[in-house]
Design a protein around this ligand. Sequence first.
Ligand code: ATP
Length: 232
Amino acid sequence: MLEVKGLNVAYGAIEAVKDVSFTVHEGQIVCLVGTNGAGKSTTLRTVSGLLRPRGGEIVFQGRPIHDLPAQAVLAAGVAHCPEGRKLFAGMTVEENLLLGAHLRRDRGVERDMARAYDLFPVLGERRTQRAGLFSGGEQQMLAIARAMMARPRLLMFDEPTMGLSPIMIQRILDTITMLRDQGTTVLMVEQNALAALTLADHGYVIDLGRTTLSGPGRELLADPRVRAAYLG
Ligand code: ATP
């Protein structure tokens, strides 16, 4: 579904992503793991069309997308749930969800909003409250629900468990697994390698801007090199 080959991305003179390659097959959860500053967020932001690569290719469903603006990437079916959630804090739950659907012209928006409230009842109960009043976990639920409102084929998560309590981390990871089981393909980046590789169908390690290791999530988790570098 998504093929990233030899990706190279720089911020001026800083080469944040040097040579990243990975594949996401339809129906999978794929995780990119790596330490702080390895280039994971930069990779996702480039797939989203927020940054232009200096080299390499990004092909989504057979079509190159690395030259497309972010709106067109979203319209093609790739949604991004960014690091730090990036909600509109002064807007209500309902308004945030509608913004997630802003490119849609179909009649299913109301129905999908009802689905979001079924999935996360707390959002339904507080639909007229401003997002900025919510806890970190509730904000993450809203960020996921907002991204789902675009009806993406591929949903990308940047550090979805960051700053959350263990119970909320499990809840978010269960939700991501459920979205995969219901047919949304997932690409996720995580510093929490243990959590990420436990649920990933396939994982890639990114180190200093390069993909260095890959394999099924549980195999990577058992790899002594991954254990030594990321799991203490
Ligand atoms: P983290 O989990 O900390 O976000 P990461 O693996 O996602 O880490 P990136 O955020 O992609 O890593 O950062 C990769 C490199 O690019 C780092 O050296 C970082 O300092 C640098 N970088 C990131 N954003 C910018 C920016 N806007 N301008 C300049 N350098 C940047």
